[in-house]
Design a protein around this ligand. Structure first.
Ligand code: DQA
Length: 148
């Protein structure tokens, strides 16, 4: 099983970035926890982060034919990147959208996700463990073809 984790803009700053909202775990620590959990379940997991919309789109296009699932925190692109949404709309495997913070109790502009309609599901507000929960779901349904 081949899983990909994508982090959008400013998530490279985790640990220092508004820790009262995003927590104190660094991105490297989150990725290490995900990699370790995937390894223990016999799955391969590769993470990437970019501050650039086109780099995220290029990555989706490059790996989607070999992917069994995606976990993506698109950062602020969540709220307006139709180009990233279009790239993800062409993906044939599950996509879990993750947000560290509960975007629905923050500023109104964060209440809209243009990614959610092309995602399989969404986890928001559970901090870094939201990524781990997304991973558990992907691992659990690997033989279940009912869900996209
Ligand atoms: C975020 C929420 C977004 O609104 C914000 O732009 C981010 C992080 C989250 O993980 O809570 O960069 O996706």
């Amino acid at each position: 099983m081949n899983l990909f984790v994508m982090h959008g803009p400013n998530l490279n700053m985790l640990g220092q970035r508004q820790p009262e909202i995003y927590g104190t775990m660094t991105l490297a620590e989150i990725d290490a926890a995900l990699t370790e959990r995937a390894r223990s379940a016999g799955a391969q997991l590769q993470s990437m982060q970019s501050n650039h919309e086109g780099v995220l789109i290029d990555f989706v296009q490059a790996v989607s034919s070999q992917a069994d699932g995606f976990i993506i925190n698109p950062g602020a692109f969540t709220h307006y990147s139709l180009a990233l949404r279009d790239a993800l709309a062409n993906v044939q495997v599950p996509i879990i959208e993750v947000h560290l913070s509960n975007v629905y109790r923050r500023e109104p502009f964060r209440h809209t996700s243009v990614i959610a309609p092309v995602a399989t599901g969404q986890i928001a507000g559970l901090g870094w463990r939201g990524y781990l929960l997304a991973l558990e779901w992907l691992l659990a349904q690997r033989s279940d073809t009912k869900w996209r």
